[in-house]
Design a protein around this ligand. Structure first.
Ligand code: PFF
Length: 446
């Protein structure tokens, strides 16, 4: 079997990991949930959730990958815990499931780039969204998005993912800054900022029932945890990287991009007197924000840039998720990577067909993932690293990070107790909402 690939540069890993973290969650959930749940007060609360849950869990994935240099399934055998491979397999299947419909949403975004250039949705945004989000057109767009993802992953870690994300991630940041500066010049800017960030403890307390589960769920979703992505990406790392610094950098960038997104969308909505709604999700971007472009000067251009940013964010996330399954296949079968990527792409396309056919089915796929698969996957992995890998995990984290002091035990006990307790609570809530038929609306479009 050929030698396993590695990142060409340390920054390569970092940029790819940021690209994975920065996705639709940052653009169509974070700003809206922040605005509805107490503004800056919610941001502080969300950061605490990320630090308490997301960050320790991300480090757990990092050490699994870097210690073993294997895909998420075989990583467990590599450290002598073959019987726990089922945990890795569960995360891989969760990721495959999520990617099947994420590609469909990616297709919508591509479609909106074209639609913005033509001004196609300017007159009737809701009708346009209804027409392109399901059926043959959505399937065609899903195919195009998936083909781009397959093409990049087929080229490998260094020549595909690293090169692509080194262009995509800086472009996302630069274009978002450009859009935020442009948005600042709009009439609604001040009102938009106030709506987005004015701190309100009252709003937070009042909406605690939805704000807390969202913050907890988002803490691991936004860092791409539970889908084996970070295990896979860190398996291509050298042994001297400082995983603590890398993890911290991902958290900071990921949060900044979410805040920047808010500085773009709310001025657009307020400049056009569009109700921002409270939920976020697909309709917030594809209908509410989109309808703003129609009545603004240079709306076509701004629309193309805006949905271009969304497309880059979705692509760099989808690539990371595709790599999870490709890495597993690549480590196990003596078949060239491009063939593996195409084969897996066909599987994803087929599994995504129901979601592309009917948005209700997409929502069903999404609910299963967010209420059940993701929390369960995170829960099992943190328990494994905390209780079973334990001291070996701390030793691995120390490599490249140096002496950890009290952080080592704090991290361990977080993985053993606090993170599982909080994730278990979301899982219980998720199962409850799933069976009561209500949408938990972490990612859910409507
Ligand atoms: N962190 C990503 C996001 O916020 O959108 C989560 C993700 C979703 C990663 C889907 C990859 C993916 F295919």
């Amino acid at each position: 079997m050929a030698k396993r690939e590695t990142w060409a540069t340390r920054v390569g890993f970092l940029v790819a990991a940021i690209g994975s973290a920065v996705g639709l969650g940052n653009l169509w959930q974070f700003p809206f949930k922040t605005a509805g749940n107490g503004g800056a007060a919610f941001v502080a609360f969300y950061l605490i959730a990320v630090l308490l849950i997301g960050f320790p869990a991300m480090l757990a994935e990092f050490v699994m990958g870097r210690r073993t240099h294997r895909n998420a399934v075989d990583a467990f055998s590599e450290i002598g815990h073959r019987q726990w491979r089922i945990l890795g397999a569960f995360a891989v299947v969760t990721g495959f499931w999520i990617l099947s419909y994420y590609n469909v949403v990616g297709g919508w975004v591509l479609r909106y780039i074209v639609g913005s250039a033509q001004g196609a949705y300017f007159g009737a945004p809701a009708e346009y969204f209804g027409a392109v989000s399901a059926g043959p057109e959505a399937i065609a767009a899903q195919f195009v998005f998936l083909a781009i993802v397959v093409g990049i992953v087929a080229l490998g870690i260094e020549d595909g993912i690293e090169k692509a994300t080194k262009v995509m991630v800086p472009s996302i940041a630069v274009l978002l800054v450009f859009l935020a500066v442009w948005a600042f010049t709009l009439d609604g800017a001040g009102a938009g900022y106030a709506y987005f960030l004015t701190p309100s403890l009252d709003a937070m307390v009042e909406n605690a029932g939805t704000a807390i589960p969202f913050a907890v769920g988002q803490a691991f979703f936004t860092l791409s945890l539970g889908m084996a992505i970070m295990i896979t990406y860190s398996s291509y790392l050298g042994d001297d990287d400082n995983l603590l610094v890398d993890g911290g950098t991902v958290v900071v960038f990921n949060t900044l991009i979410g805040i920047l997104a808010g500085l773009v969308v709310f001025p657009i909505l307020f400049a056009n007197n569009i109700d921002p709604g409270l939920g976020g999700g697909a309709s917030a971007l594809f209908i509410a924000v989109a309808s703003g472009f129609g009545s603004l000067p240079l709306g076509n251009l701004i629309g193309v840039v805006f949905f271009g940013v969304v497309a880059l964010a979705a692509l760099s996330s989808a690539i990371s998720l595709m790599e999870v399954t490709v890495a597993w296949a690549n480590d196990n079968f003596d078949v060239p990577r491009p063939q593996l990527a195409i084969g897996i792409g066909v599987g994803l396309f087929v599994l995504g067909l129901p979601s592309a056919w009917d948005v209700a089915l997409l929502t069903w796929f999404d609910n299963i993932a967010y209420s059940l698969l993701l929390p369960l996957s995170v829960l099992m992995l943190v328990l494994f690293v905390g209780w079973i890998l334990a001291g070996d995990a701390v030793a691995e984290l120390r490599q490249g990070a140096g002496e950890l002091g009290t952080f080592g035990p704090i991290w361990m006990w977080a993985l053993r107790l606090t993170v599982p307790a909080l994730v278990f609570a979301t899982l219980a809530l998720g199962i409850q909402t799933l069976f009561l038929g209500e949408s938990p609306a972490f990612f859910a479009p409507f």
